[in-house]
Unconditional design. Sequence first.
Length: 258
Amino acid sequence: MNYLQRNRPRSPIVKLSLVLLGLFAAGTILLFFLSGPVISLVSPLWRSETWVGTRVSGFLEIFRTKNSLISENARLSERLAALEIELAAKAPGLGENESVAALLGRRQEEGGVAASVLARPPQIPYDTFIIDAGSRDTVAAGERVFMSEGPLLGTIADAFASSAKVRLLSTSGEKTAAVLERHGIPVTLEGAGGGNFRVTVPRETEVSVGDRILSADIAGRLVAVVGDVAMEPTDSFKQVLAVSPANIFNIRFVLIRP
């Protein structure tokens, strides 16, 4: 007598068919429910998520754009300030100075030792810089220190192995021979500290805010710009306040020349 096997294994084809049928049924049921109440219930959440995502994305984009604009504006402002100093440093009579130098057999100096400013006011007292170039870089006491854009700043007070101390012309009490460019009148710049100078000229001397004051040497480097002029009716002299062409608290690089 033959008996049917109760636990006869199903063929792989049958198993696969059952799995596919189950997936189809589940998908049909899911689509059925999603097409109705579930969609209505979940839709506000989806909208909220989309709204929040859009706002957050927009906020982050605005934040990134704002930071980028701030950085770019700072860079452009710094570049504009440098260009203004360069323009101010170019004396109208520069060509004439070069011609005179040629007649005297002198060459206008070029290049120089570049250095970074390690410390400046108010980190250190008075109108003083500490720079990262010293005797190892051929820097010596007495050499002149310029802005990279051209104006004369001061002199090397002390030179060490790998650094040096710069004494600015605007140091309080420091006196520098100079020339008021308007009429080529010799003047004496007296440092008043903080990048400021005092100049005393006869009352009949014509001087206005914005006039340039140049170094007394043949190069005629820009040293200061007239910022204010004061005179009482009974005074025989004008008191002129001049300022450094750049903010000494922000200078980062200098050039050292003999």
